[in-house]
Design a binder for this molecule. Sequence first.
Ligand code: ATP
Length: 352
Amino acid sequence: MDALVFEGVSHAYDDVTAVASVDLRVAEGEVVCLLGPSGCGKTTLLRIAAGLEEPQAGRVIINGREASRPGALLPPEARGVGMVFQDYALFPHLSVAGNVAFGLGGSSAARRAAALEMLERVGMAEHAGRYPHVLSGGEQQRVALARALAPKPGLLLLDEPFSGLDIRLRDRVRDETLELLEAEGISTLLVTHDPEEAMYMADRIAVMRAGRILQQGPPDEVYRAPGDVFIATFLSDVNRFHGTAEGGAVASPFGPLAADGIADGERVDVLIRPEALRIAKGAAERAVAATVVAVHPLGHSSIVDLRLDGDGRAVRARLPGPTAPEPGARISVVLDSSQVFVFPCDAPKSLK
Ligand code: ATP
């Protein structure tokens, strides 16, 4: 049984359509990441799942039970859903243990024991008697997670739960959270605008834009085969130029690139990921000579701006490793065509 199903769910605030005909499932034990730019409707969809917002069309089914449809809403507390908000929303007047015990039933001793057990699982047991305002962001996040998980929800909803943390702490807390979700088999819908976070956390990604889900699938599949220009450019940096399809290909400085299924004479968008460009070793076929214009070392890789010989086109490469050629160096580059995407230019404007 699926933990969460959205069936044709739509929602508007006055004349702003926030969510439009969304169909999405979270299978039991699955982590699904809802990925999209600010304002695309991710939080609204999460709030609809939580019962904090009523859909104007469609329905929501949680663990086999209809939870929302227009005019009929199962209250949030009856849904068996845990939620962690972006700001954690801990109760400031309750201790850490009090926060985690808050939504639990039973005697106060049983509630305290269950809270402590959950705090143990997130590595926060020794902070049980402290208050939220003395905790670091990472500690607060773990308490919020413990509070959401303590009632053993059938579904966990996470709204940008790592965005308040600095980058190193975020990596660690993300790892710990993922471990916990996997160990407990918790079905999760996580909202993020960070493609890397979605790639890292998700069993499946759903890319959203302007209230609609444009593409869903396992992270590697979505990354390898983005469905349109918007998705490709949202997932990673790209070099972009235009061309014209001819005989199922488009001309480029690197030779013809496949433009499968695109009619002759049609204008196309060509997207090349910076990591698709590599320094040629020896006399490689289809290598293109280039001058290094600028180098931005990032440690694990370097961003290298190049000017190609021939048409003088500016392109950006991401070269692995800590060393890169100096500005002014003459190099030759080859292209990994698996990181090149060609789309017809006449796709609807909303998808660009
Ligand atoms: P972010 O990543 O910035 O949190 P989001 O993808 O979660 O954005 P939502 O918060 O769901 O997007 O908002 C979707 C659209 O609905 C936006 O245009 C937003 O301005 C609008 N919106 C959200 N909440 C309300 C509200 N309470 N009243 C009116 N409009 C709203």
